[in-house]
Design a protein around this ligand. Structure first.
Ligand SMILES: [Zn+2]
Length: 131
């Protein structure tokens, strides 16, 4: 696999620079000697602490009328993620619009339910364009 710097898009002078750790595990970190930046090549999600599936579920819970503190409890209860109500709020704020737009296209029988896979791909697209 060819590693490309996420900043300058160069692949000429990339060196391994240890690992980056987060809840989803260990990720190889690289350093680009051309622009002197550290980065973790991935699918646009490397900056996020949580899986897109979790974000989609949080937005879904909220959409069903669950208060943010309940959303937070929900994830702790099922041991899925440790998020605070403010995090849930930020997600809904950031991705809620994407979700709403997406839901409008759904057929009536499916309303209220979210096709997680498609939503996840929307979030991925969005976060990769966010930089
Ligand atoms: Zn670079």
């Amino acid at each position: 696999m060819k590693i490309v710097c996420i900043f300058c898009k160069s692949s000429d002078d990339i060196v391994k620079a240890g690992f980056r750790y987060n809840k989803s595990g260990q990720k190889q970190r690289y350093r680009c000697n051309k622009c002197k930046s550290f980065f973790v090549p991935n699918d646009g999600f490397w900056k996020m602490k949580h899986k897109p599936e979790i974000i989609a579920e949080a937005c879904s819970c909220r959409k069903r009328g669950m208060p943010y503190n309940e959303v937070s409890k929900h994830f702790k209860e099922y041991d899925k993620a440790d998020i605070c109500p403010a995090t849930a709020y930020n997600w809904v704020k950031k991705y809620g619009k994407v979700l709403r737009k997406f839901n409008m296209k759904q057929t009536p029988e499916l309303s209220g339910k979210i096709n997680i896979d498609e939503f996840v791909s929307k979030i991925k697209k969005r976060s990769s364009t966010d930089g």
